[in-house]
Design a protein around this ligand. Structure first.
Ligand SMILES: [Zn+2]
Length: 139
């Protein structure tokens, strides 16, 4: 099999800026122009004040592991993930105060710790999609 086998996000008018930034190697999140609330994942309006005036801002890509789990087996109809076992699914708290889900990569899963400093890295999946993932931060 050639190409990227796992499911990928659909690029929509809402999410297009995120995927374009990811292709450039930049992590962006939404910030409300009215109340300055920052949010992840992309939405059409601010979850704090309901304003629809959202902008995209580049963030540092640095954060800490808030929580995580290690997937050690594939359950259900997703054999395309089998080659990744074991892998880490984590909640990452960005420096900017936004929490997001991603994978921690580039480290033995058993060495991932809560509070661990991480930084964004991008997995190039297709010409259109690079997925933001996180690796241990350089110290
Ligand atoms: Zn707002």
């Amino acid at each position: 099999m050639t190409g990227y086998a796992k499911p990928l996000p659909e690029i929509t008018d809402l999410t297009k800026p995120l995927w374009e930034a990811s292709k450039r190697g930049e992590l962006v999140i939404q910030k409300c122009k009215k109340c300055s609330h920052m949010q992840w994942y992309p939405r059409h309006s601010c979850v704090n004040c309901a304003s629809r005036e959202m902008e995209w801002i580049k963030v540092s890509g640095k954060g800490r592991v808030y929580s995580f789990t290690i997937a050690r087996q594939v359950i259900g109809n997703s054999p395309e993930f089998q080659k990744d076992i074991p892998f880490v699914v984590a909640e990452i708290d960005l420096e900017e105060g936004v929490r997001l889900y991603s994978n921690v990569v580039g480290v033995n899963p058993d060495d991932v710790k809560i509070g661990m400093q991480v930084e964004v890295t991008f997995e190039e999946c297709t010409p259109e999609i690079s997925l933001p993932k996180f690796k241990p931060a350089k110290t």
